[in-house]
Design a protein around this ligand. Structure first.
Ligand code: NAD
Length: 491
């Protein structure tokens, strides 16, 4: 059972974590708590020298510890101990995360932290199970591919699920034998530093996990353009992803994994279980108050059931318990910052001005902090600003359709292709529509990931390149060397 706590009681690790040591730093970007708007800390900004130090520390650690060359089972054991420690420290870790992020403390302990520990174990187990290939070459030769780590991977994460996103990046990279320099979002920097401390306590060699704090233009750019890194793994907005890809190529050709924005459709056919669909859609937009890349924010509903579904959704969106992230009973998150809530207001206002019919929401809650009411905009046209922009807030738009072809046409976003949901009892239609959707993930009669970490996640179109989670994420942290050996008798 998670308890409420006093946010002033939490010590924030304001500093970088390099070569196994916490390096306190001061000044930087002033941070306000999303739950009450109070100024509570600064996020230091690592300059190019500091990033250099972290990358050098990572290389030195690889050379000294043999992390990339050791028996893979040794990496498995260290990563498992790290997952165990995260679970043992779940309560203080949840408090640390809840203070400065949008994640309610009860959801952290039971959700983000527990699931991240599971995912670390999933990748830990892959360390000694994924083989390379023996190739079918001619009899006089033996051909094979040998998978090797990249060396140092640069990871950059967003603010919306800080622990989960750090886990997605760190676990496969470490299991595959790499060292990592990670830069969390400047809005939510603290929990990643604590994860690095726990990694050292778990026996992962010092310098294999390094954390540099700072913003995108200074620290992020210095890291992703550093000539000493072998690969970039990024989760964040499409605009930053494009800048990172360009920057990474400037100092050498390196692979980039990009998990980017989304504006995901949910198609509801008239034969669907409407109660199930309404529950799943409401959950998908209420989770983290819509501040989720996978938020299923565009509802596309068959005309005969459009009004019924709209009413069901409005009723479900009213069932929330907003509150500070440090209160155990809170289930509805604040928006991360004044800037972000103002952005949501702007897009919703533009959507209404462009003809959307407001069914509920479109207002801040009358309380301290940055809380925005769940919002339903019906009757939107495909070119409505609220239909096009990734709002990253608790806003659902509704459009109706008359045919399967029209549903697919409306679902197809001009920019994004991260996820899609579809609800129907007709199996053939589900499979047909699934094939027609331009999305990296399709959920049928559900919306959102399960705890089956074997399933990869990643976007089509400008929603990204490559996959997180699953075997694909592990393989993406290794490069393949081709070896051909002549074995024919020469005497
Ligand atoms: P953001 O792109 O503003 O920032 C993400 C991270 O990138 C931060 O750490 C930031 O400091 C850094 N950054 C920004 N510009 C950079 C640059 N030029 N060079 C290097 N680093 C830079 O995103 P955000 O506002 O933190 O997060 C929200 C976005 O993340 C949304 O678009 C959301 O869809 C996306 N997201 C995607 C996934 C996914 O799996 N596809 C998951 C979570 C979030």
């Amino acid at each position: 059972m998670t308890a409420s706590f006093d946010p002033a009681s939490v010590d924030l690790p304001t500093g970088h974590h390099i070569a196994g040591r916490f390096l306190p730093a001061s000044g930087g970007i002033p941070l306000r708590r999303p739950s009450d708007g109070a100024a509570h800390a600064d996020c230091p900004v690592a300059d190019a020298d500091c990033v250099d130090r972290a990358v050098e520390a990572a290389h030195a650690a690889l050379a000294a510890s043999g992390w990339g060359r050791c028996t893979p089972r040794d990496r498995t054991r260290a990563l498992q101990r790290w997952a165990d420690l995260m679970e043992a420290e779940a309560a203080p870790l949840a408090r640390l995360e809840a203070v400065s992020s949008t994640r309610p403390v009860a959801q952290l302990a039971a959700g983000d932290i527990a699931v991240t520990a599971e995912q670390i174990r999933f990748f830990a187990e892959l360390a000694d199970k994924e083989c390379s290939e023996l190739a079918p070459t001619a009899e006089g030769a033996l051909g094979m591919t040998v998978a090797e780590p990249y060396g140092v991977i640069a990871a950059i994460t967003p603010w919306n699920f800080p622990i989960s996103m750090a886990g997605w990046k760190l676990a496969p990279a470490l299991a595959a034998g790499n060292a990592v320099v990670i830069k969390p979002s400047e809005l939510t920097p603290f929990s990643t530093v604590r994860l690095a401390e726990l990694a050292v306590r778990a026996g992962i060699p010092e310098g294999i996990v390094n954390v540099v704090l700072g913003d995108g233009p200074t620290t992020g750019a210095a890291l992703t353009g550093h000539p000493g890194i072998g690969k970039v793994s990024f989760t964040g907005s499409t605009a930053a992803g494009a800048a990172i890809m360009e920057n990474a190529a400037r100092t050498g050709i390196r692979p980039v994994t990009l998990e980017l924005g989304g504006k995901s459709p949910q198609i509801v056919f008239a034969d669907a279980d409407l109660g199930l669909a309404a529950d799943a859609i409401a959950r998908s937009i209420l989770a983290n108050a819509g501040q989720a890349c996978v938020a299923g924010s565009r509802v596309i509903v068959e005309a005969p059931v459009a009004e019924q579904l709209t009413e069901m959704l409005a009723a479900r969106l009213a069932r929330i318990r907003p509150g500070p992230t440090w209160a155990a009973e809170t289930d509805y998150a604040p928006i991360v910052s004044e800037r972000q809530i103002a952005r949501i207001e702007g897009i919703v206002g533009a959507g209404i001005a462009a003809g959307a019919e407001l069914r509920c929401g479109a207002a801040r809650f009358d309380r301290e902090g940055y809380f925005y009411a769940p919002t339903l905009l019906a009757g939107v046209r495909p070119d409505n600003p609220a239909e096009l922009a990734e709002i990253f807030g608790p806003v659902l738009t509704l459009q109706s359709f008359a045919s399967e072809e029209e549903a697919l046409r409306l679902a197809d976003h001009p920019v994004y292709g991260l996820c899609a949901g579809l609800y129907t009892r007709d199996l053939s239609r589900a499979l047909r529509v699934m094939r027609g959707l331009q999305s990296g993930t399709v959920w049928v009669n559900r919306y959102g990931r399960s705890r089956d970490h074997i399933l990869p996640t990643g976007g089509y179109k400008s929603s990204g390149i490559g996959k997180d989670l699953g075997r694909a994420a592990f393989h993406a942290c290794r490069r393949e060397k081709t070896v051909l050996i002549d074995i024919a008798r020469t005497e």
